[in-house]
Design a protein around this ligand. Structure first.
Ligand code: ANZ
Ligand code: ZN
Length: 910
């Protein structure tokens, strides 16, 4: 009777041993650094299946690379600041810190129980003053470098969270949906808070910004080189940065009929991506927030009312109002009306557009609403009809009614028009500066002091960290209520001053945490530059795709800014990025709020881990099913039983006395079929290694299941050859170790190996596996052929299977045909060989068939090897069909000899 695998006990035991032995502590300094990173969790209370999947992926890869000889860093920490902690504290009558610390304890226990191998000596927690002091330090450095701005801004305000939101934290339907034809810019019509879903409003506030737009071009261009990132993420970032190359056109604006004096006239620049349509401009439209509009509103009651009515609304649609001004078209000299229109956005381009109803959907709709003329400037090149004036023609084409530019193609016209005086080439971006201030308590205090005399003064480094005061429950920002904390003296003049009460967006904390792991206890700077330069970029970063823009853009910005501050030599933080897919349950994302969550430990930690890795490619979504979970469970049992049975029989055969009945447990003499197993072991190592390199853990599991089946068949066929079989079991144990680590340790121990499998060297193929692929294919197709024949001739129980390998001259002929260049007279060349020619008609027929197949001749093993390979595989035929099997070389004129071809033996079944 074999013992049952007690997974819970085994897991607990080995987790303890790993920790005791410090297996996951990263050597310092490292010779062969590999940085494997999972996005650190937000401290929300407990681990969910998304976390498990994320961290199972990094853990498997980290374990694999460690066994392969790398010095692996696989750290873990806590994204511990943020509004939910305040909300939770409010609801539970506690404080954010206590609540967060309790969450961390629980989540750390969960991770330990899962057996993930982290270097806990590098654990970081963003709400620790030792961590956030470096947020403040970095803020100060960025401030010195001119990358921090303080501005009055109309900001996104979430009434429920009582804080401002970065543009990237406002979700709009357009963010997820169809990108085409969407307004260029941050059009937050219908936007909701990313956290609570409340409709976002607009407010005017003094705010702190990081000047991420200084890096817009570099962040955009750098995406081309990020070949290890999913295309989808790169596209999202491109779209978010929204670089647009176009032009500004200057319009001279003043009172109608030239009534205004020269001094009153103004130049308004309109940004366009369709300079070729300029002759079709029939009006000029200004955004409600355009500087000129406030001047107009001062004298024009109706305009003032209009501006008022659309302020703060995001659904003003195609409304607009005509002003008392006109613009002079710079090319035609005609006067066109000037409108204020809500569809023109303040913060996009120049806040002014030239309206071209003939060629733009929105302008067309606006013109219809306001009864403005439609004037065509571009026509289809092929002379086909357009639906103008009823529908705009928005494609490129050929210019018409466009003065000296008539007849030019749109692209050429855009080029040529750039030379005109009124035009300047311009690039605009959708990206805005990163609004980092939050009017909330649970975050890093912004290290600034407001002094009446000196203005905004950064807190000197030696006074950092500015620690959070004790939490008090208030409505609004608790820091505003912390009177004693707020009162301070000015670092500059020593006079009375007050502290800044805004805290930093938590995305600041996560913008550089991967650097802190590298030297977590470093004093004097956030990280040690030398170590950071050695380790960066992160080799692989795994996390959810919801971070495609926010977090993953911020870490790229920070890395560049740090490089420019002289704190780093790298400019990109992450080499390879994997976004893990979603775990579904009953077709929906698994989550507590949907009530379809499965707790990570419900089925045993390692079963969960193995299932999650075997279910699909990391990037794919998959459905949680109990059936597949039990497959993962059974697989562990199977492996355990195999090794258990082997070690049990081995100790029996080794026992003195010999009164033991039954067959000997294994052999020490090698037979031909043992060589087959040896080759299979090599092949499996090569295949599995390749799958690990490509993060295809689901395929690893598939390979290992196949391999385990083969080993079992082999062991049952005859007493196994000790060296081959025990090597097979050891290799199996090592290969499964990254994805079922505790089980693997247990097997390793049963196999009487010293040390831990987690620290054992990765197995290597002993023989060339490239050729083996061909040999394996030969066996596979031959097996298939035998199955086909027994099917077709309906032989239930074959007695004899004869496998006849082709004569040598056919391999010669095959070789000549393979080497021939296209167009060679192949038949002639083959028949020119004496050894072949001797075989007369048979040779001529075969040569002709080779000539027909031309360049499609796959590589084959030679006749000698074919005989060996099939002999070594004969046991598989014997085992499957229960027949005697003979493998031999063809000789003479027999029917079988005639049929046999290289790597396509003739088969006779009786
Ligand atoms: C004239 C024109 C003619 C335009 C035409 C387009 C087509 P997309 O649409 O993404 O390419 N635009 C410029 N500034 C704007 C603002 N502040 N608010 C709203 N719309 C603005 O974005 C570029 C186009 O968006 C620009 O090119 C401009 O309209 C509009 F047949 O200029 B176009
Ligand atoms: Zn001062």
């Amino acid at each position: 009777m074999s013992r049952r695998y007690d997974h819970a006990k085994v897991q607990e035991y080995w987790q303890h041993v790993w920790e005791r032995e410090g297996v996951f502590e990263c050597p310092d300094p490292a010779e062969n650094p590999t940085y494997v990173l999972g996005m650190f969790p937000y401290t929300s209370g407990s681990l969910h299946m998304g976390h498990i999947r994320n961290y199972a992926i990094t853990d498997a890869y980290a374990r694999y690379r460690r066994m392969a000889g790398d010095d692996v860093l696989h750290p873990m920490g806590w994204d511990a600041f943020g509004l939910p902690a305040e909300n939770a504290a409010y609801e539970r009558d506690t404080d954010p810190e206590s609540w967060t610390r309790a969450c961390i304890e629980r989540m750390r226990d969960d991770l330990r129980e899962m057996g993930f191998g982290y270097d806990w000596s590098r654990e970081i927690t963003t709400c620790d003053p030792e961590y956030y002091r470096w947020n403040q330090w970095l803020f100060t450095r960025l401030h010195e470098a001119g990358l921090v701005e303080y501005d009055a801004a109309t900001v996104n305000w979430c009434p429920d969270c009582e804080t401002v939101l970065a543009d990237a934290q406002v979700e709009t339907p357009a963010d997820s949906g169809d990108e085409r034809g969407r307004t260029h810019g941050h059009d937050h019509a219908g936007g909701v808070c990313w956290r609570c879903g409340t409709a976002v409003t607009r407010r005017e506030l003094d705010q702190w910004f990081f000047a991420i737009t200084d890096y817009a071009d570099e962040l955009y261009d750098g995406l081309d080189d990020l070949e290890g990132w999913p295309e989808g993420v790169r596209d999202s970032q491109r779209n978010w940065i929204g670089r647009q190359e176009g032009a500004t056109v200057s319009f001279d604006v003043g009172g109608a009929n030239g009534s205004s004096t020269a001094e009153d006239r103004e130049t308004v620049e309109a940004f366009t991506t369709r300079l070729d349509t300029v002759y079709g401009a029939t009006y000029l439209a200004l955004a409600p927030g355009h500087d000129l509009v406030s001047e107009i509103a001062d004298r024009d009651e109706a305009v003032a009312r209009y501006v008022e009515s659309v302020a703060g609304t995001d659904d003003a649609g195609l409304s607009g109002i005509e002003t008392d001004l006109v613009a002079t078209h710079p090319f035609t000299g005609e006067e066109i009306p000037v409108y204020v229109a809500a569809y023109v956005l303040d913060d996009v381009g120049t806040g002014a557009v030239m309206g071209v109803p003939a060629h733009n959907e929105r302008d067309h709709a606006f013109a219809a609403e306001q009864d403005l003329p439609v004037r065509q400037a571009v026509e289809p090149v092929d002379g086909s009809e357009t639906a103008l004036p009823d529908e705009p023609y928005t494609d490129d084409g050929m210019l018409t009614d466009s003065g000296e530019y008539d007849g030019l193609a749109s692209t050429a016209a855009r080029d040529r028009l750039l030379d005109a005086d009124a035009v300047a080439e311009t690039t605009t971006y959708r990206l805005r500066d990163w609004l980092i201030s939050r009017q909330r308590y649970w975050g890093t205090p912004i290290p600034i002091v407001h002094c009446e005399e000196c203005g905004r003064v950064p807190v000197p480094d030696e006074d950092l960290p500015v620690e959070l005061p004790e939490y008090v429950q208030t409505t609004g920002n608790p820091l505003d209520a912390a009177e004693a904390w707020k009162r301070t003296s000015c670092p500059n003049c020593g006079g009375e001053a007050t502290r800044e009460t805004d805290t930093m967006d938590t995305f600041v904390d996560s913008s550089w945490y991967f650097l802190r792991y590298l030297s977590p206890h470093f004093e004097g700077a956030p990280f040690d530059q030398k170590t950071a330069d050695e380790w960066l970029p992160v080799d692989v970063y795994v996390g959810g795709e919801e971070h495609a823009v926010l977090h993953l853009l911020y870490i790229r910005f920070f890395t560049r800014a740090l490089a420019d501050l002289g704190l780093l030599n790298r400019r990109e933080p992450v080499d390879r990025l994997i976004n893990q897919g979603t775990v579904l349950h009953s077709g929906e994302k698994m989550s507590k709020s949907k009530g379809n969550a499965v707790a990570p430990h419900e089925y045993g930690a390692e079963t969960t881990r193995l299932f999650v890795l075997s279910a699909a490619h990391p990037a794919q979504d998959f459905e949680w099913t109990v059936k597949d979970v039990s497959t993962a469970y059974d697989f562990q049992q199977t492996l355990y039983e195999m090794v258990e049975a082997y070690t049990a029989t081995r100790s029996r055969s080794g026992r003195a006395g010999g009164e033991e009945s039954g067959p000997p447990a294994d052999r020490t003499e090698s037979a031909p079929h043992d060589a087959y197993l040896e080759r299979e072991i090599d092949r499996t190592i090569a295949a599995v290694t390749d799958e690990y390199d490509r993060f295809r853990f689901h395929r690893v599991v598939g390979e290992l299941q196949r391999f385990a089946r083969l080993l079992r068949r082999y062991a049952n066929y005859e007493p196994p050859y000790r060296f081959a079989y025990s090597r097979g079991l050891r290799v199996l144990t090592k290969l499964v170790a990254p994805i079922a680590p505790a089980l693997a340790e247990e097997l390793w121990h049963l196999l009487d190996e010293d040390g831990l499998v987690a620290e054992a060297p990765w197995p290597e193929s002993l023989r060339d596996v490239e050729w083996y692929r061909i040999e394996r294919e030969l066996v596979r197709t031959t097996l298939d052929d035998v199955r086909d024949i027994t099917d077709v001739v309906d032989i239930e129980d074959p007695e004899r299977i004869e496998i006849v390998v082709a004569e040598d001259w056919k391999y010669r002929a095959y070789g000549i045909a393979q080497d021939a260049d296209p167009g060679d007279a192949i038949v002639g060349e083959i028949m020119g060989d004496d050894a072949i020619q001797r075989h007369g008609d048979a040779a001529a027929d075969y040569a002709a068939s080779l000539a027909d197949r031309g360049a499609s001749l796959a590589p084959v093993v030679d006749g000698e090897r074919e005989l060996d390979v099939l002999s070594q595989a004969a046991w598989l035929f014997e085992d499957e069909f229960g027949a005697d099997v003979s493998v031999r070389r063809a000789d003479g004129e027999s029917e079988l000899a005639r049929k046999a071809r290289p790597n396509k033996p003739a088969i006779h079944i009786s």
